[in-house]
Design a protein around this ligand. Structure first.
Ligand code: PEP
Ligand code: MG
Length: 538
């Protein structure tokens, strides 16, 4: 039995087998190969295995999603037959005695950089494909198995680190708990764990090589403890805690259907944050009064092609129909920083959190933005939709959005496509937006305060930097003053203001928020009933 302590991100105890995911993004080491011939053979074997996997994936995708969606796997197979690509890898092995892994990684870097730098959008998109194929090849060279989510039994996932795009690809029903060696409490991976209701630990000082997939483990998301190969008594205790948790959950059920109102009569809208269509199910299960933040960028993560207008329309329509008349606030694409999507070639940046992200990406690539807006306006016919825009810093940006929106409306009208105009809001998550919130309030219907980024930008602390977790203080008076200022300015203009950052779920601040007049709290679905109980007791 071995025990480790990490930082808890989401509460809950789980007992089960472990699956270890090795970090495929760790830099590949250059090693001098003893025999180039042996390396070439390894490469050939890995190529064959990769082609085989792609072939199977192609047939599976044809069966489940149709020929068009499957085409990508066919294209990837063709890349593995591309003579230029293969020759470059082989030549590194032969002339520089490089190991096969290094030759693949270096060639991938060279090819994807070259493609990303081209003017042609189609060629640019191929850079992501090269990365995808090379990653698969590297995995096969290292002998690491790919997780088969369909076949796998529920397990505790242990990894060096996980990116949001890796996390969204996982089958949530198969994850008992998430454990990572790195990561910060404010990262999107941590947020996803909270949304998915999955006990999670980060910063667990663990040597991944010492963990075998299949080992039994206990994760305690309250104490931060990970116990590998637990003794019988530890398993029994974990089982008892799990039963206790079940009971607590059961007690909370009595909050369902009740009004969210304090004993002195203040009401607040209690909404849910979701990352995908299936999360709307958790929102309903937990009796959310609406969706206050649908992080639409998760539809774009973990894939190499942009989602089409139709695909997005279907996703938004489905959530609206599931919420059956309750309001759904969809945030437009907030890609960038830690949310890197292969279908966008954003390039490397020195400071990605201060770089090309959020509304900036959309305003720089209006065609992508327009596709999303068209899908949103069309979906609005099916329920109470509101749309909000992330990372706003200026009045000009809002006016530019309005211009683009009006072009989209004209197009839809000309094409006689049914649509409706959703309510318009912006996220207040930069100090600049707070300071001009009086001016911004005149232009929109509502504000939603993103305290995760607002804290990051106010305190000048990268929310991704795990070493700074102790300094990242969302209770900082500067942050609380900014929230108050934003709410006051919204109300002066007769508009409403909510909070959709993680701070909205902090029970220590619930009373303060209600006193400030915050109109809406949007939180992880699993927090709704707990918060309703707290508010009703105030
Ligand atoms: C926020 O910044 O508080 C927010 C809700 O957006 P995200 O966490 O997705 O950046
Ligand atoms: Mg944000």
């Amino acid at each position: 039995m071995r025990s480790y302590i990490g930082k808890p991100v989401y509460k809950g105890v789980r007992l089960g087998p472990v699956i270890v995911i090795k970090d495929m993004h760790a830099p590949v080491k250059r090693e001098k190969a003893d025999s180039s011939e042996a390396e070439l053979k390894r490469l050939e074997k890995a190529c064959d295995k990769t082609k085989n996997q792609l072939q199977k994936l192609y047939h599976k995708a044809v069966r489940e999603a149709g020929e068009a969606s499957a085409a990508i796997f066919e294209a990837h197979q063709m890349m593995l037959e591309d003579e230029d690509f293969l020759r470059a890898i082989r030549s590194m092995i032969e002339t520089e005695q490089a190991n096969a892994e290094y030759a693949v990684a270096a060639t991938e870097d060279r090819f994807s950089e070259m493609l990303a730098g081209m003017d042609d959008e189609h060629m640019k998109a191929r850079a992501a494909d090269i990365k995808d194929v090379s990653n698969r090849l590297l995995r096969n060279l290292s002998g690491q198995k790919e997780i088969d989510w369909e076949e796998m039994e529920p397990a505790i996932i242990i990894a060096e680190d996980l990116s949001p795009s890796e996390t969204v690809r996982m089958d949530k029903d198969k994850i008992l708990a998430l454990v990572t060696v790195h990561g910060s409490s404010n990262s999107h991976t941590a947020i996803l764990a909270r949304t998915m209701n999955i006990p999670a630990l980060i910063g667990v000082p663990l040597e991944l090589d010492s963990v075998r997939s299949g080992m039994l483990a206990v994760v305690n998301g309250t104490t931060g403890e990970l116990i590998l190969e637990p003794e019988e008594e530890t398993c029994r205790r974990a089982q008892a805690l799990m039963e206790e948790e079940e009971e607590q959950l059961h007690l909370l059920q009595s909050q369902k259907g009740k009004e969210t109102i304090t004993t002195y009569g203040s009401k607040i809208r209690l909404y849910a944050n979701i990352g995908g269509v299936e999360d709307a199910g958790y929102a309903i299960e937990n009796d959310a009064e609406g969706i206050g933040l649908f992080r639409s960028e998760f539809l774009y993560l973990g894939r190499t092609e942009l989602p089409t207008e139709e695909e997005q329309f279907q996703a938004y329509k489905k959530v609206l129909q599931m919420m059956a008349g309750k309001q759904v606030i969809i945030r437009t694409l907030d890609i960038g920083a830690d949310k890197k999507a292969d279908c966008f070639n954003l390039g490397k940046e020195e400071n990605p959190a201060l770089g090309c992200r959020g509304i900036r990406v959309c305003l720089k690539q209006p065609e992508i933005f327009k596709t999303q807006l068209r899908a949103l306006l069309r979906a609005a016919v099916f329920g109470d939709l509101a749309v909000m825009y992330p990372m706003i810093i200026s009045v000009e940006e809002v006016k530019k959005i309005q211009e683009i929106l009006s072009e989209v409306r004209t197009e839809l009208e000309e094409q006689k496509v049914p649509y409706q105009m959703p309510e318009q809001g912006i996220m207040i998550e930069t100090p600049a937006a707070v300071m001009i919130s009086d001016e911004l309030a005149e232009l929109v219907d509502f504000f939603s305060i993103g305290t995760n980024d607002l804290t990051q930008y106010t305190l000048a602390i990268d929310r991704q930097n795990e070493r700074l977790d102790e300094f990242y203080d969302p209770h900082h008076r500067a942050v609380l003053k900014m929230i108050r200022m934003t709410v006051d300015n919204a109300h002066k203009a007769g508009k409403r203001a909510g909070i959709c950052g993680e701070l909205g779920a902090d029970p220590e601040l619930t009373e303060a928020f209600i006193k400030m007049g915050v109109d809406e709290l949007s939180v992880a679905p699993s927090m709704i009933l707990k918060l309703r109980k707290r508010i009703r007791e105030l």
